[in-house]
Write a protein of this length. Structure first.
Lengths: 267, 325
C-alpha cells in the first residue's frame, strides 16, 4: 500500500508580529507585509508532519508540498521547513494575503495538483490545514476537492489510521470537545488537519540536504500567478478597537484576591 | 432586498435542532421576504413560524458526512433557487457548504459575525483584523458564528420534500469519541472560561514543580464552577512531548492562534503570559481577569480588565475553598 500525499500549505506572518491593515488599490493588505517574518501556516504545517509520518510508514509513498506564496518569502520559510520533512516542492508565485478569495486560491491549487506527473488518484490524499492563520475561513480545501472531483472530505482532523483492509479511520473535531470517527474506504480523500497528535519534528540537516536538491529548482520554476478577485469588495478592514483599561492589582493578599474573584464569578 | 434567502439547518444526533441552527433561522427571519428553511436530517421536524420548509430526510442524512450533506444542501439550494444561503457555522456545515458553493458557482464566507443583507462582517488573521465585505456573485453562502436569539412563533409552514440523488457513499460514521462526562472539561455553554497556562507546570518558589497539586487545584476549580477549561499552546505542546504535565489537557483545550476561539461571558486566565497568539482566542470573551506573577505580562497591556499580580497556586486554593463552602 502506497500513498501520494499532496500537502497544501501557504505562509503567514509570524504570529508574534503586530499586524496593521492598510488600504491599497487592490483592496486591503498588511502594512509592510513584505518585511514581516513569515512561517508556514501552523495548521498546514501540522498536516505536513502528519503526511511525512504516514509516508514513512508505507514505503514507496511520496509527499508533495504545494505552496502558493510570494517566491522570495517562500524561499525564506522553506529553508527551515525543509529540515523537518521529506517532500517535493511545487511553488506557485502569488500573493499570500488573507484578503484573497479562497475560490481563486483553490482553483490554482487544483490545477497544480491535477498536473502533477504520474498522479494516481487511487492513491491520492490531499492534506492541508483546516483553516489558515491568514484568511481563517476553512473553505479552500473543500472547493479544491470539488474541483478535483473528490467527495470524501474531512475537516478538523486530528488522527488518521490505516486499517488492515486499507480503509482509513479518521478522527475529526466536532462540537463540545468530541471527535467524530469515520471510516473511509480509501483514497482519494481530502483531509483538513487541526493540530493532530504529532509534535513538530526537530530540524534534521540531512533531510534538509536531501530536500535542497529539488527545492531550489522548484522555486526557480515557480510560475507567477494572478488571483482572480471576482466581485469581492472590501468596505473596510480595521483593527479591533477594544483596548481595555487594565486595572493592575499588586500586593493584595491571596485571600482578598480570592474573595474578589469569587464575587465576580458569582455575580 | 431582492435576494431569495434560504436558511440551512441540520438536525442533531438526538433529532432536535441545535441552538446555533435556531439562531440562524431567527437571523434569516429578520430579513423578512421570501424566507425558506432547508432541513436535513433522518426525520423531518415540525418547524413553525416560517413560510416554507424544504426537507431532505432519510437515514443517510442522520450522519455528518461530506458526500451526503453536500448532496442534500445542493438539492435544497437548487429546489429553492436561493441566492443567499445562511447557515450556522457548525462542524457539519463548515465541512460541506464550501463545496456546495463551488458546485453552484457561488461563493462562501465563514465565521460571519454580522450580516445586514448585503454586507458581511468577519475576522481575518485569526481574529486580529475585522473586515466588512460585499460580494456580487450568487448564490452567496454565509456561515454564521453567531445569530439572533431564537424565538418560537406560530404559523404552519408549507412543507416540500426534496429528493436527493446520492453518490456512492464511501464513508460511514462509526461513532463519537467523547470524554466521560466527569472528565469533560470543554463546556461551550459555560459562563466562565478558565485558562491554565504553562506556569502551572513550571518550578515554583521552592525550586520544584508541583504538577500534581496544580492538577488538583485546576480540577477543583472546574468542579466548583463548571467552567470550561482552556490552555495556552505551550502547555498543550508540553503534553504532546510526553512531559509530566496536566494529564487532562489535550489539543482540544487549546485557545488561540492554532486553537479555539470560544464564546463565554467571563474568562479567568492563570499562569499565562497573555501573548498575542494566545489572546487572539479571547476575542469573544467579554469580561477578562488574569492572575500572573509578572506585572508586565501581555494581560497588563490592555488585554484584561483586571490583572492580579499574585501566585495562582495560592489564589486558586483560597478561591476553591470559598467557592466550595
Amino acid at each position: 500500500m502506497t500513498y501520494q500525499i499532496v500537502v497544501c500549505a501557504g505562509i503567514v506572518p509570524d504570529p508574534l508580529q503586530t499586524l496593521e491593515p492598510v488600504s491599497t488599490p487592490a483592496g486591503p493588505a498588511l502594512k509592510n507585509e513584505t518585511m514581516l517574518p513569515h512561517v508556514l501556516d501552523p495548521w498546514a504545517a501540522c498536516s505536513l508532519y502528519e503526511a511525512a509520518h504516514l509516508a514513512k510508514q508505507f514505503a514507496g509513498s511520496k509527499v508533495w508540498l504545494v505552496s502558493l506564496a510570494p517566491k522570495a518569502k517562500l524561499q525564506q520559510v522553506i529553508m527551515t521547513v525543509a529540515q523537518k520533512a521529506v517532500f517535493d516542492l511545487i511553488a506557485l508565485d502569488a500573493p499570500s494575503s488573507g484578503f484573497t478569495d479562497s475560490a481563486a486560491v483553490a482553483a490554482i491549487l487544483a490545477d497544480a495538483i491535477a498536473s502533477l506527473p504520474a498522479l494516481d488518484r487511487s492513491k491520492l490524499l490531499v492534506f492541508g490545514g483546516w483553516e489558515s492563520a491568514s484568511r481563517s475561513s476553512g473553505t479552500t480545501l473543500q472547493i479544491l476537492g470539488e474541483r478535483l472531483g473528490i467527495i470524501e472530505q474531512f475537516q478538523g482532523v486530528d488522527q488518521i489510521k490505516v486499517l488492515e483492509n486499507g480503509a482509513l479511520e479518521i478522527l475529526e473535531r466536532a462540537e463540545g470537545g468530541c471527535h467524530q470517527v469515520s471510516v473511509c474506504d480509501g483514497p482519494p480523500a481530502i483531509l483538513g488537519w487541526a493540530t493532530g497528535n504529532l509534535r513538530e519534528p526537530p530540524n534534521n540537516p540531512q533531510v534538509g540536504m536531501a530536500n535542497m536538491r529539488t527545492l531550489m529548482p522548484a522555486l526557480q520554476r515557480a510560475k507567477s500567478t494572478q488571483l482572480a478577485a471576482g466581485n469581492l469588495a472590501y468596505q473596510s478592514a480595521t483593527l479591533p478597537k477594544q483596548q481595555r483599561d487594565t486595572r493592575i492589582v499588586k500586593d493584595l493578599p491571596a485571600e482578598d484576591i480570592a474573595r474578589e474573584l469569587a464575587a465576580w464569578i458569582r455575580g | 432586498m431582492d435576494d431569495k434567502i434560504l436558511i440551512l439547518a441540520h438536525t442533531e444526533p438526538d433529532g432536535s435542532l441545535g441552538k446555533a441552527a435556531l439562531d440562524a433561522i431567527e437571523t434569516g427571519r429578520a430579513f423578512g421576504g421570501s424566507l425558506a428553511v432547508g432541513l436535513v436530517g433522518e426525520k423531518a421536524l415540525a418547524l413553525r413560524g416560517v413560510p416554507t420548509v424544504y426537507v431532505v430526510e432519510g437515514p443517510e442524512f442522520a450522519q455528518s458526512r461530506y458526500a451526503s450533506d453536500a448532496a442534500a444542501a445542493e438539492a435544497l439550494c437548487r429546489a429553492t433557487g436561493a441566492t443567499l444561503v445562511l447557515a450556522a457555522g457548525t462542524s457539519r456545515w463548515t465541512r460541506a457548504l464550501p463545496g456546495v458553493a463551488q458546485r453552484l458557482d457561488g461563493r462562501i464566507d465563514s465565521h460571519v459575525t454580522a450580516f445586514d443583507g448585503g454586507r458581511a462582517t468577519r475576522w481575518f488573521y485569526r481574529q486580529r483584523i475585522e473586515a466588512v465585505l460585499t460580494r456580487g456573485e450568487r448564490p452567496w453562502f454565509l456561515l454564521l458564528d453567531a445569530g439572533l436569539p431564537y424565538q418560537s412563533r406560530d404559523g404552519e409552514p408549507r412543507v416540500e420534500r426534496v429528493s436527493v440523488a446520492l453518490p456512492p457513499l464511501r464513508t460511514r460514521v462509526t461513532g463519537i469519541v467523547a470524554p466521560k462526562s466527569e472528565q469533560q472539561t470543554i463546556r461551550p455553554d459555560a459562563d466562565l472560561l478558565f485558562v491554565a497556562g504553562a506556569g502551572w507546570t513550571k518550578k515554583q518558589k521552592d525550586g520544584q514543580t508541583h504538577v500534581e497539586e496544580a492538577g488538583k487545584l485546576v480540577l477543583g476549580f472546574l468542579a466548583a464552577t463548571r467552567a470550561s477549561l482552556g490552555s495556552s499552546k505551550s502547555l498543550v505542546d508540553l503534553s504532546g512531548e510526553g512531559q509530566s504535565v496536566l494529564p487532562f489537557l489535550s489539543h482540544l483545550n487549546q485557545i488561540g492562534q492554532t486553537g479555539a476561539t470560544p464564546r463565554h461571558p467571563k474568562g479567568l486566565s492563570t499562569c499565562c503570559h497573555g501573548e498575542e497568539p494566545h489572546v487572539v482566542g479571547w476575542r469573544f470573551i467579554q469580561e477578562r481577569r488574569a492572575v500572573n506573577l509578572d506585572p508586565n505580562c501581555g494581560w497588563a497591556r490592555g488585554k484584561a480588565d483586571v490583572l492580579y499580580v499574585a501566585d495562582a497556586f495560592e489564589v486558586i486554593a483560597k478561591l476553591n475553598a470559598l467557592l466550595s463552602a
